[in-house]
Design a binder for this molecule. Structure first.
Ligand code: NAD
Ligand code: 44H
Length: 491
């Protein structure tokens, strides 16, 4: 057994691909906030491929942990010279292991925010990328504007304090760059949000405006925020993954990453200070990302939510098991076909029918072992971004809404916190208490959950929507998830 680090990496079995490039020559050009599973399966992997081809050695990544919970990642990476194993799991049971070397440093902001700000302000830092989850942008769910009422954001607005948030860290670094005459970095969001670049521009300038209006104007005029669509299903790493990787390859890795074979990154070419030649390793660099991102968010991510709550209520705990159930597969396919896809513009080079079929195959990969629990978490940050826009578009167009609306009703039923067997459901959501309190009232007050206008806006005033919602919720309460799905599928 080999405990992974820079010295031991050469002793790994041949089937493990290891960095063939000299990592001591790699310098930091990218600072990444939110180094979780996805960043390590996606952006860091693309860069590793480029580095393996002898390119982009001045675009190494320095990871940053913003939240106190990131201490575990800081410790794991430090113990391994920032190396980790990425294991691609094929549906036939094949594992493809690769040690990724593109992350060369990691800073833990809660211990030393000043070091993070200086790293961000360093002239060599030309891109600051983000995977801080949908919640990390502090968006008002209905208006899409920056919600400044978060206590940590308020803390970061006090002059001279050590920042606690991405906003405080990035905006302070941009202020120092401006004052020192250093060109700004590009801010590249890789989170699952429509127009993630445009939206990053909105929230970072809104935060800066609360601090210093001139700085906000400077950021707005000088900083680039490219949009992107990112895709690769990356479940939470488990101890079983660690044990299996040790057993198969003799690698002792504190925090490997596992993921599906599919990967996609569609990126707008909008960088102010250069970028790695990502297109050489399969990234689609395009002028307009919107058609791709709408396709992905409204088909893949919305379908994930369509599977999540019904799946949990029907007794499933793994995504592949639910996706392989013909009833669920039919429901998802009908949702995509009749409701999601008609809201999309044509996507260059993509056959949407084939895309839908490929999603069902990806979800049903039995090796990935993605959990329903991961998909159910933080729903209040996901449903408004992925499912409600489909309902609104279909209401406007007079199109069908029953399946997308049923997803919302299934979330409301799930949020009651008790399943169909009377077992407790742990609702993981920043708004869990509020959501569960409203959901518990809905047996006597059917629209109680929808009354939260900060999430649903004025949807509660639309009679077609509420009629469909009530019908599904009532069915969930009386006949349960499976029979409700059967009814929906039968039309
Ligand atoms: N996992 C996937 O399949 C997948 C695929 C495509 C895109 N993504 C995007 O990547 C994001 C992260 O996914 P992951 O699987 O890496 O999750 P993860 O839980 O492994 O990592 C999330 C990281 O974000 C940080 N974070 C969370 N809230 C934050 C905040 N408010 N401020 C700063 N940092 C914050 C966490 O500390 C952690 O480092 C997703 O929310 C999504 O937008 C994920
Ligand atoms: O990670 P989130 O919060 O964006 O959403 C959960 C999943 O739908 C998502 O992670 C998908 O697995 C991913 O978007 C696939 O590319």
């Amino acid at each position: 057994m080999v405990a992974l680090n820079a010295k031991t990496v050469r002793r790994l079995p041949d089937e493990v691909v290891v960095p063939g490039y000299d990592r001591s020559r790699v310098t930091v050009g990218i600072v990444h906030l939110g180094v979780g599973g996805f960043h390590r399966a996606h952006q860091a992997m693309y860069l590793d491929r480029l580095m393996a081809a002898g390119e982009a050695l001045d675009w190494g990544i320095c990871g940053v942990g913003v939240l106190p919970a990131d201490r575990a990642m800081a410790d794991a990476l430090a113990a391994q010279d920032h190396l980790y194993t990425l294991v691609v799991k094929h549906p036939d049971g094949r594992y493809e292991p690769r040690v990724i070397g593109s992350i060369v440093d990691y800073l833990f902001a809660p211990d030393d925010p000043e070091a993070v700000i200086e790293k961000l302000a360093a002239p060599a830092t030309r891109i600051v990328s983000l995977t801080v989850t949908e919640g990390g942008y502090n968006l008002h769910h209905v208006t899409g504007q920056f919600a400044a009422d978060n206590p940590d954001v308020q803390h970061d607005l006090v002059p001279g304090v050590a920042p606690k948030t991405s906003f405080g860290l990035i905006v302070e670094a941009l202020a120092r760059r401006r004052d020192r005459g250093i060109a700004p970095f590009t801010v590249m969001s890789c989170d699952n949000l429509q127009g993630n670049g445009d939206l990053s521009r909105r929230v970072f300038t809104a935060f800066a405006r609360l601090r210093d209006p001139q700085l906000a104007d400077w950021i707005d005029a000088n900083v680039r925020f490219p949009n992107s669509m990112v895709d690769r299903i990356t479940p939470v790493t488990t101890d079983a993954d660690r044990a299996e990787i040790a057993r198969r390859f003799g690698v002792e890795d504190r925090w490997p990453v596992v993921c599906e074979p599919f990967t996609q990154w569609v990126l707008a070419d909008d960088f102010g200070a250069g970028r790695p030649g990502y297109e050489k390793v399969g990234v689609q660099v395009v002028d307009d990302v919107e058609p791709y991102e709408l396709m992905k968010l409204r088909l893949l991510n919305a379908s994930h939510q369509a599977l999540a709550y019904f799946g949990h209520l029907a007794g499933y705990r793994l995504v592949d098991r639910a996706a392989a159930d013909p009833l669920f597969a039919t429901f998802l396919r009908q949702y995509m076909d009749r409701e999601g896809t008609p809201t999309l513009a044509p996507v260059p080079g993509v056959d949407l029918d084939a895309y839908q079929a490929s999603l069902l195959e990806r979800f049903a990969n039995p090796e990935v072992r993605d959990t329903i629990a991961r998909l159910c978490a933080e729903s209040s940050d996901r449903i408004p971004k992925w499912v409600l826009p489909v309902i609104r578009a279909q209401l406007k167009a007079g199109g069908p809404i029953d399946h997308a609306t049923a997803v919302v009703a299934s979330w409301a039923r799930y949020a009651e916190g008790v399943d169909e067997q009377g077992e407790q459901i742990t609702v993981v959501d920043p708004l869990a208490d509020r959501l569960t309190a409203a959901a518990k009232r809905q047996r006597s007050e059917p629209l109680a959950f929808l009354a939260d206008r900060s999430i649903f806006g004025d949807l509660i005033d639309d009679e077609r929507f509420t009629a469909s919602y009530r019908a599904t919720l009532d069915s969930l309460h009386t006949v349960g998830a499976r029979a409700t799905l059967e009814g929906l599928v039968a039309g």
